[in-house]
Design a protein around this ligand. Structure first.
Ligand SMILES: [Zn+2]
Length: 235
């Protein structure tokens, strides 16, 4: 059955390949899709530029996706971000496959060689080196004993089994279908906020500018029109 990646496994990956500072952002995006940069900055109490920096670092590694929507009033795009479950799954998978390779090399080495250790735990040698030293510890001179590495081999075997199971699960992570549009409510909220700010700004500018020749009525009309448009949208 396909399953969602755990927050813990995502955090492990982020810590390793991106950096600890991005974890709070990951926690927010883990619980909710399509959040704008502005909203994220507000939620984390950092600047929009700081948020963008984090998002681009994640984006470079294919760990987040965005959807942009043009703000009709301002003419610029607002970006809405989500975690890229598929990309994250692939990254974790890659890391696990590498670990699996390493363990396989290690277990082969353990199985193929014989090791000798000092009873005082000073050193450990492969048999060839131990023979060179006539099985004497080079630190304390004790006679070295053959190391029983059955336990070590057993441990590595267990780790390999765990990794192989995790890899099977990771391969079932479904592709995240890209949504076509932002949910209505969110867009409205953002647009409403921006329009509201613009109206306030315009009012302020109009007040300051108040040149004698200017017709204040025009400005008022424009503002009223915008406000009514917002009201209409709200309905
Ligand atoms: Zn020793």
């Amino acid at each position: 059955m396909p399953m969602k990646l755990t927050l813990e496994s995502i955090e492990d990956l982020i810590n390793t390949i991106i950096g600890e500072d991005v974890i709070p952002l990951i926690k927010i995006l883990y619980n909710k899709d399509n959040i704008s940069e502005f909203k994220l900055a507000e939620m984390l109490n950092v600047t929009v530029n700081q948020i963008r920096n984090m998002l681009y670092r994640l984006y470079e590694q294919n760990l987040v996706v965005y959807m942009r929507k043009k703000d009709k009033k301002k003419g610029w795009y607002i970006y809405y971000w989500s975690l890229n479950q598929k990309g994250i799954g692939n990254s974790i998978l890659k890391t696990k496959l590498k670990q699996l390779d390493d363990f396989k090399i290690r277990i082969a080495r353990e199985q193929d060689s014989q090791f000798f250790v000092c009873p005082n735990a000073c050193m450990r040698f492969p048999i060839e080196t131990a023979m060179e030293y006539e099985f004497r510890c080079q630190e304390c001179g004790s006679l070295m004993k053959e190391l029983d590495n059955k336990k070590t081999i057993e441990n590595i075997k267990n780790m390999i089994t765990t990794l192989e199971n995790e890899i099977v699960i990771l391969r079932t992570i479904p592709v995240k279908v890209k949504k076509e549009r932002v949910p209505k409510e969110k867009t409205k909220k953002v647009v409403k906020k921006i329009v509201k700010e613009k109206v306030i700004k315009e009012k302020k500018v109009a007040k300051e500018k108040k040149a004698p020749k200017e017709k204040p009525k025009t400005v008022t009309k424009k503002v009223t029109k915008k406000v009514s448009k917002v009201k209409k949208k709200k309905i």
